[in-house]
Design a protein around this ligand. Structure first.
Ligand SMILES: C[S@@+](CC[C@H](N)C(=O)[O-])C[C@H]1O[C@@H](n2cnc3c(N)ncnc32)[C@H](O)[C@@H]1O
Length: 298
């Protein structure tokens, strides 16, 4: 990409994200006016790529409004632009946001909804099945738990066991979530009540490393690993959880692509997830590897 133009594209994206769409369009237009006619197609493709990549990065940072703006601007720049994954995520996000409002949920963060398209695909086989047992380490305010209850654990005989200290993790303080942490457990309880399925939830308050040792072996169909992000904790969570899982069960690890702590591998889930995948390579099938990792126990 020509260096001079790169600066224009990023300046324009910056203006767009600050809410000045007219300025963004002016910047993009000035860059186009500097090109030769035969370069316009190539430059448009560059601009669209910058907007597309920014939209993906913003989604990973849960900046939905920014992602939507970039997606819409990419469509405006090139009407044939298509990124089905982005489109699907933004589409589901809208439906899901409306659903949360209707239910009266109280969520202060959203680290979940970009997963909906892939979770829908992988977990649809469980919908309406009786006697399912799901396990979640790291429930926070219950966003994922509520989605599972609303969409997957739809048979009243199915349950989810949620383990959380409800004390947050060290990164939450630096993210400015100190106040949210103070009321985690009561907000979790409130949200679970709003599902109308509170009787399907078993809440276990405390450290996963302690609770996972007390649960029945060979009893869970699904395990979501989203508690502490410290590699050694993630390793304990998955190894202690392994024996609790039935054959063919699904394990989902969150934050494999987490942007924080990339330079401190022992503070990041990736080191543990990669180690697990290597050691258990003959015993798991990898279904998906992106921001999350999804495997099936075989
Ligand atoms: C990233 S949040 C989970 C987000 C949640 N899954 C969602 O979708 O909104 C991580 C949670 O793990 C909990 N946690 C951290 N370390 C833990 C541990 N060792 N045992 C149990 N819970 C832990 C924190 O209290 C926090 O609620």
């Amino acid at each position: 990409m020509a260096e001079g133009l790169r600066a224009y594209w990023y300046q324009g994206v910056d203006a767009l994200l600050k809410g000045d769409e007219a300025l963004a369009q002016d910047i993009f237009m000035s860059a186009m006016l500097e090109c030769q006619v035969d370069e316009v197609q190539e430059r448009t493709a560059e601009l669209v790529a910058v907007l597309e990549n920014t939209a993906i990065e913003l989604l990973q940072a849960s900046n939905w409004a920014g992602a939507r703006k970039c997606y819409e601007m990419a469509l405006e720049a090139d009407q044939s632009f298509e990124n089905l994954t982005l489109k699907r995520i933004l589409f589901w996000r809208e439906i899901y946001t409306q659903h949360c409002e209707n239910r009266g949920y109280e969520f202060k963060t959203d680290w979940f909804s970009s997963n909906i398209p892939i979770w829908n695909q992988i977990l649809k086989k469980f919908v309406d099945s009786p006697n399912l047992s799901f396990l979640e380490v790291g429930s926070w305010q219950g966003r994922t738990t509520c989605w599972l209850l609303d969409n997957i654990l739809t048979d009243p005989s199915s349950t989810i066991t949620c383990i959380d200290t409800f004390q947050g993790s060290m990164e939450h303080e630096s993210m400015g979530l100190g106040e949210v942490v103070k009321s985690l457990e009561s907000v979790f309880d409130y949200n679970i009540q709003q599902t109308g399925r509170a009787n399907q939830v078993k809440k276990l308050v405390g450290f996963s490393q302690a609770w996972l040792r007390q649960l029945p072996v060979n009893s869970f169909d699904f395990y979501y690993v989203d508690g502490s992000h410290v590699a050694s904790d993630v390793m304990e969570d998955v190894v202690l959880g392994w024996g609790l899982l039935k054959e063919s069960s699904i394990i989902i690890f969150d934050d494999y692509g987490w942007r924080a702590y990339q330079d401190q591998p022992t503070m990041h889930p990736k080191l543990a997830i990669n180690s697990f995948l290597e050691v258990f390579q003959d015993r798991v099938k990898i279904i998906y590897k992106g921001y999350q990792v999804i495997v099936q126990k075989i």
